[in-house]
Design a protein around this ligand. Structure first.
Ligand code: AVI
Length: 310
């Protein structure tokens, strides 16, 4: 019964009107590899901007941290390569830190521990595998003040109120003297944003279609991925990027023993990637119940690393 929740979510989404699939399921091994390709794309400006801020402004962020000792907790830590820049700066500032990378994937945590461990011998690294709930439960009893990192614009993949609910949820695990550090993508020229999600090489298309391959493999599906196009949109008023797969033909697809009917040109909504103004981030911080905020942007003001105080 390995795929019960996956199966339930996929069938629920495909039986909804409009049809829906969820981007949290993009990241099987193949999907994670395609995401690495996306991170290298010229048009996907996000990692470059975040890296620039970490390189140039980490010292300003660290100046706002009054304690000498911190547990640096990273949600969805991934391979830790960008975080290494922040860790280097915080160690250089003479603070004592422990690094707690949290991630659903044990493989990526092993890699993270190797990369960070080689770069900072002697740093105490405590990887914790599991979903956000399981992993945050484990860090709760620790006595050191915490800086919880949630980087890479991952917040943008929560829909609407879910972003606030997630921050409220994380805040429950924090206490006085703790900080939350958020990497968020900012509203900018719509063409720039659209190019990031609609690359001419078709890498983002492959990223979306990979979920159909995954459904075929894991849920006895018979999707023909070539029968679907990728379509991305950005609404400059709401700041919401949406991606869809579009059925090119009228067709019936089998998934886990069910028949799903698609009209010609019918969209399947796959993902949202929310973009913010600094004022939106202040609003988010207030709604989540944090006391204060500071924002550090790159020179083009494309991206913000925002520090919220508990
Ligand atoms: C992981 N997440 C922040 C990415 C984003 O920008 O929303 C996922 C992604 N989807 C398409 N390209 C990248």
């Amino acid at each position: 019964m390995k795929n019960t929740i996956f199966e339930k979510d996929i069938l629920k989404g495909l039986n909804s009107q409009p049809k829906r699939l969820f981007s949290k399921y993009f990241y099987d091994d193949k999907g994670s590899a395609i995401f690495q390709e996306i991170m290298q794309m010229d048009s996907y400006y996000l990692p470059g901007c975040e890296t620039e801020i970490l390189r140039n402004r980490s010292h300003e962020i660290i100046d706002l941290l009054p304690n000498n000792t911190y547990d640096v907790v990273e949600l969805g830590a991934g391979d830790g390569t960008k975080t290494a820049i922040f860790l280097e700066a915080i160690l250089k500032a003479g603070k004592n830190i422990n690094y707690l990378p949290l991630d659903i994937s044990t493989d990526i945590l092993e890699f993270n521990k190797k990369v960070i461990g080689e770069k900072f011998p002697g740093l105490n690294i405590l990887p914790i595998a599991g979903d956000y709930f399981q992993t945050l439960e484990k860090i709760k009893p620790r006595q050191n003040p915490k800086i919880v990192l949630f980087m890479g614009s991952n917040i943008g993949n929560f829909e609407g109120e879910k972003a606030v609910e997630f921050l409220q949820f994380v805040r429950q695990y924090l206490s006085d003297g703790d900080f939350f550090m958020l990497g968020a993508d900012l509203k900018k020229h719509p063409h720039t944003i659209l190019m990031a999600y609609d690359d001419p090489e078709g890498i983002t298309k492959r990223f979306n279609l990979n979920l159909l391959h995954r459904i075929n493999r894991e849920l006895e599906g018979n999707f023909i991925p070539e029968d679907f196009d990728h379509f991305a949109s950005y609404d400059p008023l709401s700041g919401t990027t949406k991606s869809f797969l579009i059925s090119k033909v009228q067709q019936n697809v089998q998934v886990a023993g069910q028949t799903i009917a698609f009209e010609r040109n019918e969209p399947v909504h796959m993902e949202i990637s929310q973009k913010y103004n600094l004022s939106d981030l202040v609003q988010l911080r207030k709604q989540a119940g944090f006391k204060s905020d500071h924002h550090f942007t790159d020179t083009r003001r494309y991206f913000s690393i925002s520090l919220f105080k508990y």
